[in-house]
Design a binder for this molecule. Structure first.
Ligand SMILES: [Zn+2]
Ligand SMILES: [Zn+2]
Length: 611
């Protein structure tokens, strides 16, 4: 008796909404979850087999050959990939490819041995959030005590490598991130599955690595936006990890110095557990009020004095600066000009001489006076790194001073800046420069103008500011000082750092998010439209907007943006069903379109405003 003919559906790493069917050559033992090579548009491409069914169709081409001799994804993992693709409105094949190790060069079936199915394991405890002081020590203890495999996911390769070193003190660690050779990564995946390795580290590409129970999945720095960089999987690693833990017997541990508001909400509404905060060593925190002053000089007297004392004590100084943001505030009272409807700062465009809300698109001319105090000094004023450096050099000519913005300068020049900063007494830097300093290694950290962050036209502005100021405080010794120069000295983000107490911050922030309908209470998506001509972009945006406005359950804002990339963006707000509603509304735009008619990109649950 001959076996029935079979057809395989294969999803490719390309922005394609559907999979392609192929004939399965006779005698192949093929199951969903295996990668295969198949002809696609004249080339041989690696794709994921997502379904295998009985059937025959003489028009179908056969698969070329197998990449994996047994499924690299178990059915549960493949289901999870389907869910991620549906939630992020992304291609199934691209999502698969982003969550897999490179194929093994010597893939040989005889070496693959699936781990014997363990007896049913008890349901693991709910996910747990480890915050603030002592979080990493507690995580290390948990990983050390664990009986089964443990996988630690970091936001970037550098952090993953650092954790691999720390964990190596417990036992051997395998790495699943791109910081090691492809062959090593691929082998690590298999070693985790067959039980020959217990500890592994990786970045988001390792989120679905095999974890035979009882297992721990740890996601460090869950609040980092770097957990959702551009490209597939187009979902924050925290959301992937939470869904995985809901489907599999995996104990999920999340760490954050200052959790995302989403995670804090889960922990305080019974969806996750959180140990009480234990205050640890902390610097003296003070706020220097800069309302009405600080016009010619970036350093207030308390900061200048603290720098002098710190240098005299031969300790290091970090001066935090930010890129200039483009919002407008009153120099007299510190009030920021905000959109009345959305409560986020208006974006200020000097060229257009107007204010625009990046969420709802409301535009208005520049006001002459402050609505709060009727002062006439409204300005987009801020201190760039160069001006701060100049001021410090003038006052402290003998000090070794360096400036570092790792996000602005890359390559050899970036390396040279980093080396200079690593040896300097005073480092003037942006958020990324904090990496230079270990815990409690500084004598002084000062924020020159954190109001620039606080005023960012983003509903997460306060959360981001808290995260940065707190991270700096952790890097200052208990005998050192942290000084915040601000026109908003009473802000609850600063109060949280001063008191080393997070509760009040999140209570206030959740109130704000609930009132205005921001995550975690609502979901957002940004739909970007772009065509060859400005008029084409406008037309496309209007068509898309009309299709969305026809749906119940969606709040659709008018097209806005027209930034450097000439794109128009539509912000859409909805509830948990947002991806499904978007999929239904945008279905007609999914079919391949002539380039002249433009392109559409949908970003669900954005973590950064791209304009
Ligand atoms: Zn004012
Ligand atoms: Zn608005």
């Amino acid at each position: 008796m001959t076996a029935p003919a079979r057809i395989a559906d294969v999803a490719f790493d390309a922005p394609l909404a559907h999979s392609f069917s192929y004939r399965v050559p006779d005698g192949w033992a093929l199951r969903p979850g295996q990668r295969a090579i198949a002809p696609l548009r004249g080339a041989s491409r690696v794709g994921m087999v997502v379904a295998v069914r009985d059937g025959a169709d003489p028009r179908l081409k056969p698969l070329d050959r197998l990449v994996d001799h047994e499924p690299i994804f178990a059915p549960a993992q493949l289901d999870l990939v389907h869910w991620i693709a549906a939630q992020s409105l992304s291609s199934l094949g691209s999502t698969c490819a982003a969550l897999l190790p490179p194929p093994r060069a010597d893939a040989d079936a005889s070496h693959e041995r699936a781990r014997a199915d363990a007896s049913p394991t008890p349901a693991p405890p709910p996910p747990e959030l480890l915050v603030a002081n002592g979080r990493e020590k507690r995580l290390l203890e948990r990983l050390e005590r664990a009986k089964g495999p443990a996988l630690l996911i970091a936001a970037d390769v550098e952090t993953a490598a650092r954790w691999a070193q720390r964990l190596a003190r417990i036992e051997r660690v395998v790495r699943l991130d791109s910081g090691v050779a492809d062959e090593e990564r691929a082998a690590a995946w298999h070693r985790l599955r067959d039980g020959s390795a217990r500890l592994a580290t990786g970045t988001r590409s390792a989120l679905l690595a095999p974890l035979p129970p009882p297992a721990i999945l740890a996601l460090v720095d869950e609040h980092e936006a770097a957990h959702k960089p551009p490209g597939p999987p187009r979902m924050h690693s925290r959301d992937v990890a939470l869904e995985r833990a809901a489907r599999e017997p995996v104990t999920l541990l999340l760490t954050a110095a200052t959790p995302s508001v989403e995670a804090w909400w889960r922990a305080t509404s019974g969806r996750m557990t959180m140990a009480p905060m234990e205050p640890g060593p902390w610097p003296a925190v003070s706020v220097a009020d800069t309302r009405g002053i600080l016009r010619r000089e970036p350093l207030t007297p308390p900061v200048a004095r603290a720098i002098r004392e710190t240098l005299a004590a031969r300790r290091r100084v970090f001066l935090a600066v930010s890129r200039l943001t483009s919002s407008l505030a009153c120099d007299e009272c510190g009030t920021v000009v905000r959109c009345a409807q959305c409560a986020i700062a208006f974006a200020y465009s000097r060229a257009a001489a107007r204010l625009v809300c990046r969420l709802c698109g409301t535009a208005q001319p520049l006001p002459d006076t402050c609505a709060a105090c009727h002062g006439r000094r409204l300005s987009p004023f801020g201190w760039g790194a160069e001006r701060v450096e100049h001021a410090v050099r003038r006052r402290f000519p003998a000090a070794r001073i360096a400036r570092w913005d790792p996000d602005a300068v890359r390559g050899a020049r970036g390396e040279a800046q980093r080396a200079a900063a690593a040896a300097a007494d005073v480092v003037i830097g942006t958020r990324g420069a904090l990496r230079l300093f270990g815990p409690a290694s500084l004598g002084l950290a000062a924020f020159v103008a954190p109001d620039q962050l606080l005023r960012a036209p983003d509903f997460r502005a306060a959360e981001r500011t808290l995260g940065l100021v707190w991270a700096a405080a952790e890097r200052v010794g208990a005998d050192g000082a942290l000084i915040i120069q601000s026109q908003n000295p009473e802000h609850y983000a600063f109060a949280a750092v001063a008191g080393q107490d997070l509760d009040e911050f999140y209570r206030r922030e959740l109130e704000f998010r609930a009132e205005l309908g921001y995550p975690p209470f609502k979901r957002l998506a940004i739909i970007t439209t772009r065509a060859a001509e400005t008029s084409g972009t406008r037309r496309l945006a209007e068509t898309v907007g009309a299709a969305l406005r026809g749906r119940a359950g969606l709040t659709v804002y008018p097209p806005a943006g027209e930034g450097k990339d000439r794109a128009l963006r539509i912000v859409v707000k909805g509830d948990a069903e947002l991806p499904r509603l978007l999929e239904e509304a945008l279905g007609e735009f999914k079919t391949p379109r002539p380039a002249s008619r433009g392109i559409i990109d949908v970003e669900v649950d954005p973590v950064e405003w791209p304009f």
